[in-house]
Design a protein around this ligand. Structure first.
Ligand code: HEM
Length: 205
């Protein structure tokens, strides 16, 4: 088996199963098999899916810098899967809010979306994530040409909106959103530095 086949038939299925573990743990805890969700089950499910969406977007954003630092080009083969898992966990978070928390009451949903800015931010991030997930297929990517990369640069905007959404609703301890903001800052700075280096190299050539 060559490296590409190993990635396709061994490592991709392994990474896929690992990415499903948070979901399995949430389901296990909900049914009291692997643990428990505590007193407020709906809030616990909502928070866990939200946290995993944010973790996955950070991991997906780490792929390119890590690939550049290590020259492990095979890493980019996992980017789409990680992006789609970000969408999946964010969508589960959104569905939990819509169905379990708001019980599909349209007037309250609209009120929350308009009057609670952190929910408005989360919603914008969700819309952008949906656009990225829908356009993640190779056929669409080819058809979109250069516009595809422009759209997919939105991943950074989604990361910022996600951290902001989290930060805004935290009541006291801002440690966790601060950690996410720090990671995002490092990743964004690395991107900007690489971009400028490439530009000056091109200009010199
Ligand atoms: C329509 C979209 C969204 C809605 C309606 C929404 C709504 C909510 C609500 C109601 C909470 C709980 C607030 C509380 O516990 O008082 C929450 C928390 C959170 N959301 Fe969202 N959200 C959305 C999208 C997103 C997205 C796209 C991300 C990540 C990329 C995200 C990440 C988080 C995180 C990390 C938390 C905090 C969890 C914690 O307290 O541990 N959300 N969201």
């Amino acid at each position: 088996m060559n490296t590409l086949q190993q990635i396709r038939f061994i490592w991709k299925p392994v990474v896929f199963l690992v990415c499903l573990l948070p979901l399995l743990l949430i389901i296990g805890d909900a049914f009291g098999v692997t643990g428990s969700l505590g007193a407020n089950q709906i809030e616990a499910i909502l928070d866990r899916f939200g946290n995993w969406a944010l973790r996955f977007i950070m991991i997906a954003l780490m792929v390119t810098p890590l690939r550049r630092l290590t020259d492990w080009n095979w890493l980019s083969r996992f980017r789409r899967m990680l992006g789609l898992f970000t969408f999946f966990y964010a969508f589960m978070h959104f569905l939990t809010w819509l169905v379990l928390d708001q019980e599909l009451r349209l007037s309250e949903i609209l009120e929350d979306l308009i009057e609670r800015p952190f929910i408005t931010l989360g919603f914008i991030a969700m819309v952008l994530l949906t656009a990225l997930a829908v356009t993640s297929f190779m056929a669409i990517r080819r058809r979109m040409g250069k516009r595809w990369q422009l759209l997919h640069n939105m991943t950074y905007v989604i990361g910022i909106l996600g951290v902001w959404h989290y930060w805004w609703q935290v009541k006291k301890d801002i440690t966790e959103p601060l950690i996410y903001a720090g990671i995002l800052f490092v990743l964004l700075t690395a991107r900007v530095i690489w971009y400028w280096n490439r530009r000056s190299l091109r200009a010199a050539a």
